[in-house]
Write a protein that binds this ligand. Structure first.
Ligand SMILES: NC(=O)c1ccc[n+]([C@@H]2O[C@H](COP(=O)([O-])OP(=O)(O)OC[C@H]3O[C@@H](n4cnc5c(N)ncnc54)[C@H](O)[C@@H]3O)[C@@H](O)[C@H]2O)c1
Length: 369
């Protein structure tokens, strides 16, 4: 396909769509906003304004199906509540659109598999909103781990302490429900799980888990722990919670290897990174130089808005027929892992992954009753 501007329909003009608008505004040579759809027309209007020049010709819609049918966009960015992802994603791909699909891909194993299968059947690309893969340096570290620079991976660990008060959950009826959102693991922690699995370069084969409700008045969990056994024998440990102070968001990933260890994190908006070889020598500078060499200084902009990286990647993948860094398979696989974690919490037993039979977050609906 020759280089040309791709048209985008943003379906859902709420909280996360602001990141999409910023990316589209910056990439106005690659993208034009064809439409903004939301049941709240003011939100759709704001989206168009926020896209700047790229939004000049955009139309407003309340009905996403009508918008897809009329605009026939190259890309539908699905930023609707998670419980709507399956219906919109499959419909839009059948109508010829590629997707920027927010995480989680869907609310059940069956739906995620159906989205993945539809993408293969229709040859449409899906770039998942797994933002952490698009942070600077991360991809280069991942390649080095895969090349064996740090030797055998022994284990990995993440915590996501993304405090949200009841005001956050009360801001939209779908938040914290089993049907349309899930809890802290499914919403706030899924892209961190995706990153950990990707960095470790292997796939989960078994999950064990516990979940709890500590502070928030929601249907699903506000705290969860899981342990994954990976195909190569390594283990991964996961903590995800929203029951911490909303004033302090922190997340950290560590991968431990035979010949080094990598830790990256964000505490109250401040990034920290520590990459050490077997002798304990820090290699941070090496990776910063490598990122500059491979992507130029402008590639560090994704630290402020990873969605910029996702939109750039999706453009290249559509034009050059490649798979996005966070692909349809990755979206499916992370939902499969999450469903395994929920099933393990529900049954109190270790669960084999990938799941042998479907599991939905709605299967958890009586867990805390
Ligand atoms: N990748 C990330 O960093 C990230 C961050 C936050 C949220 N998300 C994901 O993005 C999605 C949206 O999250 P959010 O926090 O922006 O939610 P939100 O509630 O702020 O926004 C959703 C929007 O969809 C609109 N909407 C709801 N039903 C609709 C319908 N039937 N037709 C048209 N519009 C409708 C609402 O009016 C709202 O404006 C979720 O799947 C969430 O998990 C991803």
């Amino acid at each position: 396909m020759e280089d040309r501007k791709l048209s985008v329909l943003i379906a859902g003009c709420g909280r996360v769509s602001e990141k999409h608008a910023k990316a589209i505004k910056t990439l106005s040579k690659q993208y034009m906003l064809a439409g903004a759809c939301d049941v709240n027309e003011n939100a759709a209007k704001a989206m168009i304004t926020n896209c700047g020049k790229a939004g000049t010709d955009a139309k407003i819609y309340r009905d996403w199906k009508k918008a897809v049918d009329e605009l026939k966009p190259d890309v539908v960015a699905i930023t609707l509540p998670s419980g709507m992802h399956y219906e919109v994603a499959t419909y839009a791909m059948e109508k010829g659109a590629n997707l920027l699909l927010e995480k989680p891909m869907a609310m059940s194993e069956d739906e995620a598999r159906a989205i993945y299968d539809t993408s293969k059947k229709t040859s449409r690309k899906i770039a998942m909103g797994h933002i952490y893969r698009y942070l600077p340096v991360v991809g280069i570290i991942r390649d080095d781990i895969a090349k064996g620079v740090y030797g055998k991976v022994t284990h990995g660990s993440i915590y996501v302490r993304w405090g949200h008060g009841d005001d956050y959950y009360d801001s939209a009826a779908w938040r914290g429900t089993w049907k349309a959102d899930g809890g802290a693991l499914m919403n706030q922690t899924i892209h961190a799980i995706d990153l950990l699995v990707w960095l470790m370069g292997t796939e989960p084969v078994e999950a064990q888990a516990m979940i709890a409700q500590r502070l928030r008045h929601i249907e699903a969990e506000d705290l969860g722990y899981a342990i994954l056994r990976m195909e190569d024998g390594s283990l991964a440990h996961i903590e995800g919670t929203t029951a911490t102070s909303p004033k302090e968001h922190s997340a950290e990933f560590s991968v431990f290897c035979e010949n080094g260890q990598i830790t990256m994190g964000l505490v109250s908006g401040k990034a920290h990174i520590s990459i050490k070889d077997a002798s304990g020598k820090k290699k941070n500078f090496h990776y910063l130089l490598e990122q500059t060499k491979q992507g130029g200084l402008s590639s560090f902009k994704t630290a402020l808005n990873p969605h910029l990286g996702i939109y750039k990647d999706l453009y290249d993948c559509i034009i050059s027929d490649k798979e996005p860094v966070a692909s349809a398979y990755d979206g499916y696989s992370s939902v499969d892992t999450l469903m395994g974690i929920y099933k393990a919490a529900l049954t109190g037993k270790a669960v084999e992954l990938p799941l042998k039979e479907g599991f939905s977050s709605l299967d958890m609906k009586d867990y805390f009753n």
